[in-house]
Design a binder for this molecule. Sequence first.
Ligand SMILES: [Zn+2]
Length: 93
Amino acid sequence: MATYEYRCPRDGTFPARYPIGQAPGQVRCATCAAEAVRVYSAPSLRAMPRPLVAALDRAGRSAEAPEVVSRVPGRRVAPARPAHPGHARLPRP
Ligand SMILES: [Zn+2]
């Protein structure tokens, strides 16, 4: 289901939910029963979590202009020194 927006000439815009790709061009207004036409609007990206929006933006940019990297992204380089001096005495794999 997706939320579509319709505009009633008397009451303004209102949302309506239909399966994706099956939204009619006109519906009856729930308030005055007049014909309301479908309005094409921007998708609601506000509801998406910010990290997901950032990942989608990165994926889009990567498709258009991939960055040149010298190592596999996401891998961390081992720190030069342990954060705590006691960690240096722990057994290593
Ligand atoms: Zn109306």
